[in-house]
Design a protein around this ligand. Structure first.
Ligand SMILES: [Zn+2]
Length: 156
């Protein structure tokens, strides 16, 4: 399996874009739309590459939640987001990143271009899966109020 690693400190949007660029490069597709079309057409290289990718749950979640930024990615000629660390907005850039945020008015953040996730083989550097298998599998798919359980509320 091949795992992908995004840079430390990346927010979910940057993570999604970073993974998206790496996935497009690996599958040799130019845009996310092309990738989806190739998947639909069961293109051998694309399907095989995707199967070999070991994406973590949080990575899959980032990709699912930020389809809109993935749809903007282009490999050639490059169009990748540069994200402002201050206001969180992003602009699409090719090579040069503007030295000042152009989205927020008066924002003084300096946008940083999202770098493609790096690939590695074997065991991921930090395993995100729990070491011990969970005795009781939590209900999957109904993760709306995981952190709050008021069922045993003594004041209720
Ligand atoms: Zn900004």
């Amino acid at each position: 399996m091949v795992w992908l690693k995004t840079r430390d400190g990346y927010g979910e949007l940057a993570q999604a874009a970073s993974l998206g660029i790496a996935i497009l490069k690996k599958t040799r597709q130019n845009t996310w739309r092309e990738l989806l079309e190739a998947m639909e057409a069961s293109e051998a290289h694309v399907v095989k590459t995707f199967r070999s990718l070991d994406l973590s749950d949080s990575q899959l979640q980032a990709i699912t939640r930020h389809q809109e930024v993935l749809n903007l990615l282009v490999i050639t000629p490059a169009a990748v987001p540069a994200i402002c660390p201050k206001c969180g907005h992003f602009i699409l850039v090719s090579d040069t990143v503007p030295s000042k945020c152009m989205v927020g008015s008066g924002c003084e953040g300096k946008p940083a271009k999202v770098a493609a996730a790096t690939a590695g083989k074997g065991e991921p550097p930090e395993a995100e899966t729990p070491a011990a298998p969970a005795a009781q599998a939590p209900r999957k798919g109904t993760a709306d109020a995981d952190d709050f359980d008021f069922e045993d509320d003594p004041f209720g």
